[in-house]
Design a protein around this ligand. Structure first.
Ligand SMILES: Cc1cc2nc3c(=O)[nH]c(=O)nc-3n(C[C@H](O)[C@H](O)[C@H](O)COP(=O)(O)OP(=O)(O)OC[C@H]3O[C@@H](n4cnc5c(N)ncnc54)[C@H](O)[C@@H]3O)c2cc1C
Length: 401
């Protein structure tokens, strides 16, 4: 049979599914993408509201380490579609990118819409058909079944690529409801858990009212021997943001094991203790609030310092005060729900898929993107791995022929 007569279906029109569709269509396959929502890539569009952090420009070895335990499994897919390849791919769609000060890569427009529009136009030109409001419901024998506005439909393609996403922000389409269907067909699925999510802190009413929604910049966070520098955001329910997400897996494990995680924050990591103490020493007639401000602490940082202090009082002695600033302890008592998380940990276990992303228990079936069991911090690692695995799964289809 010639490639032109081979038919693939891709289920899920997020970045992983669209990447798979592109590679298959370029190889001459007839491709239909089924998407349960009325329009594709809603989470990708939401990511655009934060500027669309597509990938990261750090050295590839460091980049790969961000995937922790899943590095070995993801590495071949990412080496085959590296961060530089992703930038070149975007440029090929007419979307130039730039490297931000932290090494994160964004489209110059800092939006997802122009990129998605160009991508969909390319897929259309390649002959890819998009079936919106077509919801995968399971298998009937070897056939794949869908619920559509025109009733139930079955499809028996030469290959199917599933890219159904995780379970965060369920109203955007990916809700993790696929897990049972896959388990019933013999796949092992690690329970889905929030990743890159905030943590619950029992703030005092005053602190919450005054400082929720404000950032803590240039801080360093620590749990056990793990230290991360960056930013965090005070939320009404607790704390969130990049540096928190970077420690997320450790914090989550501590809470799961002990019910609580003790997070240590250095509010002035750029200053060694003696330098900070000298800066605070200045004019002893100054109020503590003024001394903190002059030492460079933001109102949010000063508020956090008082929040943990007995009776909200801080030591007058400069060295003691500096010690406090460099070690504020907060108790995280829970994980914010998966519905508000940026991404999902858990998913189809690597033991259930081949190195070609084929599901071992269902013939001609491949899986990609966030529905696989990996996690990574924010920084562009999520979209990079979703697209790289989507493309790798498509190559797996081509290899099977
Ligand atoms: C607020 C927010 C901001 C983010 N910002 C960034 C960022 O800047 N950089 C970054 O790298 N990552 C970011 N992410 C994460 C990134 O968007 C996701 O990791 C990525 O979209 C996952 O891609 P995916 O294709 O695997 O799944 P998804 O994008 O979730 O796509 C899965 C698709 O499958 C469809 N689907 C599900 N079930 C069915 C079914 N039964 N039948 C048919 N279709 C179905 C869904 O409707 C959905 O369209 C962000 C996420 C959020 C929530």
């Amino acid at each position: 049979m010639s490639a032109a007569t081979r038919q693939a279906i891709v289920i899920g029109a997020g970045p992983a599914g669209l990447a798979a569709a592109e590679v298959l269509a370029e190889a001459g396959w007839r491709v239909t993408v089924h998407e349960r929502m009325p329009s594709p890539a809603r989470k990708f569009l939401l990511a655009g509201r934060g500027g669309l952090n597509l990938t990261h420009a750090e050295p590839l070895e460091t980049f790969l380490d961000r995937y922790g335990a899943a590095r070995a499994r993801l590495e071949p897919a990412i080496r085959a579609f590296t961060p530089s390849d992703l930038r070149a791919w975007a440029a090929g769609l007419g979307i130039e990118t730039f490297i931000g000060s932290s090494g994160r890569v964004f489209p110059i427009q800092m939006k997802a819409t122009p990129l998605l529009r160009a991508w969909l136009a390319r897929l259309d030109a390649l002959g890819v058909t998009l079936e919106a409001r077509s919801q995968w419901t399971g298998w009937y024998g070897e056939a794949v079944t869908f619920e559509t506005p025109h009733g139930e439909r079955t499809q028996s393609p030469d290959a199917a690529v599933f890219a159904l996403g995780g379970a965060s922000w369920p109203r955007l389409g990916a809700d993790g409801s696929w897990t049972e269907g896959f388990r019933m067909r013999g796949a092992e699925v690690t329970p889905l858990r929030p990743a890159n999510s905030g943590f619950i802190v029992d703030w005092s009413g005053v602190f919450r009212e005054r400082l929720a929604g404000t950032p803590l910049k240039r801080i360093s966070l620590r749990i056990d021997e793990h230290v991360v520098r960056g930013e965090a955001m005070i939320a009404t329910y607790g704390i969130e943001g990049g540096a928190i997400y970077a420690l997320g897996a450790r914090l989550r494990d501590a809470i799961t094991a002990d019910g609580v995680a003790l997070l240590e924050i250095d509010l002035a990591p750029d200053y060694p203790l003696d330098v900070l103490a000298a800066r605070l020493g200045g004019n002893r007639r100054d109020s503590t609030a003024n001394r903190l401000r002059k030492a460079g602490l933001s109102p949010t940082a000063a508020g956090l310092l008082r929040e943990g202090a007995e009776g909200n009082t801080l030591p007058a002695d400069a060295e003691q005060l500096a010690r406090r600033i460099k070690n504020v302890k907060i108790r995280l008592t829970g994980i914010s729900g998966i519905g508000r998380a940026i991404s999902t940990a858990g998913g189809i276990a690597w033991s259930s898929v081949t190195s070609d992303y084929a599901l071992k228990s269902v013939p001609h079936t491949f899986v990609a993107g966030e529905m696989l069991d990996w996690e990574a911090p924010t920084g562009g690692y999520l979209l990079q791995a979703c697209m790289a695995t989507g493309r790798a799964a498509a190559r797996g289809v081509l290899a099977q022929g």
